[in-house]
Design a protein around this ligand. Sequence first.
Ligand code: ADP
Ligand code: F6P
Length: 472
Amino acid sequence: MAERSSFVVVANRLPVDEVTTPDGERQWRTSPGGLVTALHPVLTEHGGTWIGWAGGTGEAPEPFDLEGIHIHPVPLSADELERYYEGQSNATIWPLYHDAVETPVYKRRWREAYRSVNQRFAQAAAEVAADGATVWVQDYQLQLVPAMLRELRPDLKIGFFLHIPFPPIELFMQMPFRAEVLRGLLGADLVGFQQRLAAQNFVRLARHLLGLRYEGQSIQVDGRKVKAGAFPISIDTREMERLAADPKVQARAKEIRAELGDPKTIILGVDRLDYTKGIELRLKAFRELLADGKLKVGDAVMVQVATPSRERVEHYQSLRVKVEREVGRINGEFGRVGVPAVHYLHQSYSKQELAALYVAADVMMVTPLRDGMNLVAKEYVACRADTGGALVLSEFAGAATEMRQSFLCNPHDPDGVKDALMRAVAAEPAELKRRMRVMQRHLRTHDVAQWAQTFLEALEVAAEGRAPESAE
Ligand code: ADP
Ligand code: F6P
């Protein structure tokens, strides 16, 4: 049997992409995400394993090592992709946990697949984890894993982190297999959330749904203690700053400005094409400001990057139609030959190109109706070492708790969004500088490495006192 790991990450996706080299060879590369960057030192120090789906359907690749991490792929069949990932995860839980801004869809056959795929992830973790190991389960796709894993391996220290919001009781109670999901999460020693309010929702739900008591800052479950707390995730701030300072990125930012016709104001949006992100309302605010004559095409231009996402899920298909219709309407009504009002880019970009866009943008619009955190908001701030630029930020993004010096707005109030955008456009450089500096200072001390360290230390404390039992 292969050597087992004392630190295991379990996430829906593996942090790797399969790429083809110039000589046609297929190779795995680590994907440039904040999570893998943050966990890399911990994983390499402990001979750590990352368990996840490699993308695609059918047989999974054999486990392999990459850059000091054991990679343990979990297979998904085409049917599971549809029922577990697109269905239960992204058409039921995703909308429900985001304030039901789209109507959640409930189907029994999706739940069965969610259960069996969660069981497969738990089984894989039980096999690779060493005695008394720390296992960190990530996100809403795997909420049943903590309890399933505890059943298989009571010796483990199990942490769970939810990257998306956790809804209030009234919403959570809609979910048909609600008690099972809650019990799934309660299998962990520590359940982490982006926001304090989300952790409070969880504690209240445990009392309401299962009658569990909250004592000494822990939920009491079957003679065990489960802690819940807020651990706001962040970005690799230094890396983002370094990227933005790169002369190639700076040159590209200038080129982007020139390509856009050197307007006074570049307004930028960067999001997955997701209905929680408030892309439509942002476009509408821009259209109304053009119609009101407060903004003028040529002086102001909007660039909306909308990364393709979950394209087979119906909610996402209808959103794409609506967004593209609105972009067409704005350009049709306000554009001129060679001078569109909105540049809409339904594509993925490299980190360098995104950084260049951030550096080029005068106003960054991050207007989700609900978002667990929103890393784009933090990336924009980290890229503006010049302390220029303005962040317009929805109060409903987790990032709003920390980025208090942004131009905050309520995305449900179109006039409020327009007002925040106009205040950002008109702000004096000295004011922008003052706001940016405070937010940048915060991000330097609250980066993704600090997030991971804080969570893992809290997990150690939470699991303390439970004598490690042997798994054998
Ligand atoms: P979510 O996790 O819901 O997609 P976040 O804003 O928290 O939202 O994180 C999005 C991440 O994806 C950011 O790190 C951002 O840089 C990256 N990203 C967004 N759009 C693109 C794109 N078009 N190409 C490449 N990366 C992107
Ligand atoms: O932020 C939530 C999240 O599910 C992340 O875990 C993930 O990286 C991102 O959204 C994209 O989602 P998906 O894995 O469904 O493409």
